[in-house]
Design a binder for this molecule. Structure first.
Ligand SMILES: C[S@@+](CC[C@H](N)C(=O)[O-])C[C@H]1O[C@@H](n2cnc3c(N)ncnc32)[C@H](O)[C@@H]1O
Length: 388
């Protein structure tokens, strides 16, 4: 995934190739500007300078099936740069939309054209690993291959901050600062200022970087879920010390060595489920299934935070670690399919220029109520609701 950080380089290379071709075909206008990389102290930079800015292609024509099912919606989504827009992979291949890419990668047909209800129904089956013959026929083997290649990639990565951040350990401070500025007001808004025992889940936790540097400051208990055992072992070592703040203890409580596509959280345990730089490992259908299962893990006024790299348009498939970087409209389409609403969204600032943009989304399971003042209304049970 964090080859995401450098993956911008290769996908730009692919894109460049496409640009060169397009130039000769005189398909596109020639108003391209060359962005210069601005070196930043303490960071390891990819060697090649950035070339063309991302996301300015005309969309390819849609597939006939998409057009037949919902041509207007598809056109709108494509125009907005969502899952019906084209994307790229690191081998230089261009896909006309996400459906085509997922069909190729995992044999999946569950994408933009499938209804939310059908996705929700499919979720428990997928979670229990009881996929029927139909799914097997459409490539259960491919899905396994998709995940095992990703795990093999991460198993070969050093269990350190540099390792999980793809050589960009320098972004740690800005990342923590950005997360803090995003979460702090949301905690106050959702839970009030009264003392309350807060519990978080750190998804795709790696070595526990996010838990150690940030989540433990806000939450009394943090559980970690991570499929790569050598990362989780280092997390356990890093987090054994319990942070005491007066009577208030802050500790990493549980360590689950499970991938998100197989994980179901304990019912009603979490105030916040934090998912950072790992959701790209999940294909769309498993993304939707995961959020549907994870909803039950939230307390009544709990919420998700998804912090993720953002493609300018459509998607970018990284063939090295089998992950997908999605665009903002693509994510928004998926949130809808999950029945999630955006409570708040913010850009991460101060990242090196050559990296993907990063957004933080706070997501809730029911539509946030807006007061006449235009402000969101605080949940009814805040701040008095205290858990055991
Ligand atoms: C870029 S690292 C980010 C780690 C951590 N979230 C952080 O920000 O420091 C991506 C993490 O996702 C984990 N990962 C890979 N496949 C996963 C899956 N299917 N479910 C959950 N996590 C996964 C990797 O093992 C790795 O720890």
């Amino acid at each position: 995934m964090f080859s995401h950080l450098w993956s911008k380089q290769w996908h730009l290379t692919c894109r460049n190739f496409f640009f060169a071709k397009s130039y000769f075909l005189k398909v596109f206008s020639t108003k391209w500007t060359r962005r210069k990389k601005k070196p930043q102290r303490g960071c390891i930079y990819a060697k090649k300078p950035l070339q063309k800015p991302l996301g300015r292609f005309e969309p390819f024509p849609y597939s006939s099936s998409t057009r037949a099912s919902s041509s207007r919606l598809a056109a709108a989504a494509a125009a907005a740069g969502g899952m019906d827009s084209r994307g790229f992979d690191s081998a230089g291949r261009v896909f006309s939309n996400a459906t085509e890419m997922w069909a190729e990668e995992i044999g999946s047909t569950v994408t933009a054209t499938t209804s939310a209800a059908a996705e929700a129904e499919a979720a428990p089956t997928a979670a229990a690993g009881n996929g029927g013959a139909e799914e097997e026929a459409s490539g259960e083997g491919k899905r396994k291959e998709w995940y095992s290649k990703a795990i093999a990639y991460w198993q070969g990565v050093e269990a350190s901050t540099e390792g999980v951040l793809g050589g960009y350990g320098c972004v740690n401070d800005a990342d923590v600062k950005g997360s803090d500025a995003f979460l702090r007001p949301l905690l106050a808004e959702r839970f009030g200022t009264a003392k309350r025992h807060l519990v978080a889940l750190d998804c795709g936790s790696g070595i526990g970087r996010v838990t150690k540097n940030f989540l433990l400051r806000h939450f009394n208990e943090v559980d970690l879920v991570e499929p790569v055992s050598h990362f989780l072992e280092v997390a356990r070592e890093n987090l054994t010390v319990c942070m005491d703040q007066g009577e208030d203890s802050h500790k990493a409580a549980n360590f689950y060595c499970v991938p998100l596509q197989d994980f179901t959280p304990e019912e009603g345990r979490y105030d916040v489920i934090w998912i950072q730089w790992c959701i790209g490992q999940l294909p769309d259908d498993d993304f939707i299934s995961f959020f549907n299962r994870a909803k039950v893990g939230l307390k009544p006024d709990g919420f998700f935070v998804l912090k993720e790299n953002i493609a300018r348009n459509g998607f970018v498939l990284d063939k090295v670690d089998n992950s997908v970087t999605r665009s903002d409209p693509y994510f928004r389409e998926l949130f809808k399919k999950c029945g999630l609403y955006i409570l708040s969204v913010k850009d991460q600032k101060e990242l090196p220029e050559e990296l993907f943009a990063v957004k933080m989304y706070a997501l809730v399971t029911s539509q946030p109520k807006i007061q006449n003042s235009g402000k969101r209304r605080r949940p009814k049970n805040s701040p008095r609701m205290i858990r055991s």
